[in-house]
Structure formats: structure tokens, C-alpha cells
Design a protein around this ligand. Structure first.
Ligand SMILES: [Zn+2]
Length: 284
């Protein structure tokens, strides 16, 4: 990741439909100065309010988490946050003309490509890091995520387990480097269990789900596209656990620091991941 702060070299744009609300939005990425951090600007609202991409701005409802500053909200930020972490970007302004980040193909691929196209610029100045000195654990029922000291760098481990149905248990370990992130994690797509899909529809969410941005896992283990219900093919045999690591990286980056330590997650989701990010901010 290097040890100095980075932004992007030039402005770039991308557009698309958000997965949960189905609204089309456009993102404009702009270089930002040293120590300014990562924030969104709701250019469609009066006075263009800022929404910091930070755990302090987190809010939640219907089991979903989002960023909020007064009336301005930005949601589905995790894959974009993961791309920023993966490319080591510390400072950036992201204009958005709506509420939800575009889904792309359900992975972080779109964001990695567009940010690489913008080019990475070194700003100098020390990167904000957090070195884990003693274990930090958050848990809920049988799910947990913990940070532990580690000699060097950031190691991530995730175990996915749906108690025998849907998908067999998968564990994946990876050292967090830009190359590993871009190759092994960024292309892993969103998936949903068939039972959750029904629940989401009842809440009026999932309007932007298409055959090209997510995979449905059925109780018998079959994988299909969500709309046509045609068989779905995976990019990696363990694409699902890789996606869980993608989400974990994006959620933890809401602490706005590069973690030096070992993260071990077991069945954790967004709400638990961000609780660890909050504890890291509290301990920093
Ligand atoms: Zn995700």
C-alpha cells in the first residue's frame, strides 16, 4: 500500500443503477488534498451537502447500513470503499446525483477500473494507519469478527457458513496487497440466498437487481441468475467467500485507516463489520 497518502490524478465519471432502489446515478470522482479524507457530495440536493465516508456518519434501518448527514444519505458504499482501500486511496471527493452507488456488475470491478483510469497521485504525508496492539472482538450470536496483532501488513480471513444448507462452508485467507485485491477479491460478485430475496422484495428493495449484477443461491445449492433464473456461472469456485472479504474490506475502510493486523471473520455481515470499524476508530 505504500506509506504516503494518495488521491487520483484526474476527474473521472461512471454511472449505473443502484441494486436496492433501482435508481440511476452518476458518480464523479475528483482529486482531493492531503488529510481531507473521503467524502460524497450530494450534487442533486440544495446546498450540495457533504456526506463523509466514515463510521461517524453511519445510520441503519431494515438491517441495512448507510451514510447520513442530516437529510442527505448515501447507500451501498461498501464495494466502492473496498476499491478505494485496495488501491490505497486516502483522499477523494465523490459527487453523486442520487442516493445509491451504482451496482456495476455486483463486484468492485467497475470502481477499480475507473479509479485506475483516473491514475493514482502521491500526495506525500504519512498514511493514516492503525496497528492492532491487543485483540478487538465483536460478536453477535454465532457471528464474530476480530482484529489481532500481526507482525506485518494486513491479513484477512473469512469463514462463510450457512449451517449446512445453500453453500458448503468456505474459508478464505488473503494477504491484503493491491495486486491480491485487484485480482482475487475485486471481481467477486454479490450473491443472495433465495429466502432473503423474497424478504427484500417485500421491503420494496432489490429493484435494481439484474441478471448481470448478482447470483441467487437456492436451498439445494443450485446457482441461478436472479431474473431469468438461468444457471449462473462463478468467476471463482469460492466466489461467495471472496465477496464476503470484499464487503469486509469496504466496511472496515469506513474507519478511514489502513489496518496493520490480522482480521478473522466468522459469518459476519455489514453491521458487525462496521462495529469493528467503530471500535478501531475508538481505539486509534
Ligand atoms: Zn457486497
Amino acid at each position: 500500500m505504500g506509506s504516503t497518502q494518495k488521491t487520483i490524478q484526474r476527474e473521472v465519471e461512471c454511472a449505473g443503477v443502484g441494486m436496492f432502489r433501482g435508481g440511476a446515478t452518476k458518480l464523479r470522482f475528483k482529486p482531493a488534498p492531503l488529510n481531507s479524507g473521503i467524502h460524497f457530495v450530494r450534487v442533486d440536493l440544495p446546498n450540495r451537502p457533504l456526506v463523509p465516508a466514515h463510521v461517524h456518519a453511519l445510520s441503519s434501518n431494515y438491517k441495512r447500513i448507510f451514510l447520513k448527514n442530516k437529510e442527505a444519505e448515501v447507500e451501498s458504499v461498501e464495494h466502492l470503499m473496498a476499491a478505494l482501500a485496495g488501491l490505497g486511496i486516502d483522499n477523494i471527493e465523490i459527487e453523486i446525483n442520487g442516493q445509491e452507488i451504482p451496482a456495476g456488475d455486483g463486484s468492485a470491478k467497475l470502481f477499480v477500473e475507473i479509479l485506475k483510469k483516473a491514475g493514482i497521485a502521491e500526495l506525500g504525508g504519512k498514511k493514516k494507519t492503525f496497528t492492532v496492539k491487543s485483540p478487538i472482538v465483536v460478536s453477535s450470536g454465532s457471528a464474530s469478527v476480530m482484529a489481532m496483532p500481526c507482525e506485518k501488513g494486513l491479513l484477512l480471513s473469512y469463514t462463510l457458513d450457512f449451517n449446512g444448507s445453500f453453500i458448503r462452508q468456505q474459508t478464505y485467507d488473503i494477504e491484503f496487497t493491491e495486486e491480491n485485491f485487484c485480482k482475487e477479491i475485486a471481481p467477486a460478485r454479490t450473491f443472495g440466498l433465495s429466502t432473503y430475496v423474497e424478504e427484500f422484495k417485500k421491503l420494496g428493495l432489490g429493484k435494481g437487481v439484474t441478471d448481470d449484477n448478482s447470483i441467487i443461491v437456492h436451498e439445494d445449492g443450485k446457482l441461478t441468475k436472479p431474473i431469468s433464473m438461468k444457471p449462473a456461472e462463478l468467476r471463482f469456485p469460492n466466489e461467495f467467500v471472496r465477496h464476503k472479504i470484499l464487503d469486509l474490506i469496504g466496511d472496515l475502510y469506513l474507519a478511514n485507516v489502513f489496518i496493520q493486523g490480522r482480521i478473522v471473520a466468522n459469518r459476519s455481515g455489514h453491521s458487525l463489520n462496521v462495529q469493528l470499524a467503530e471500535k478501531i476508530v475508538g481505539a486509534a
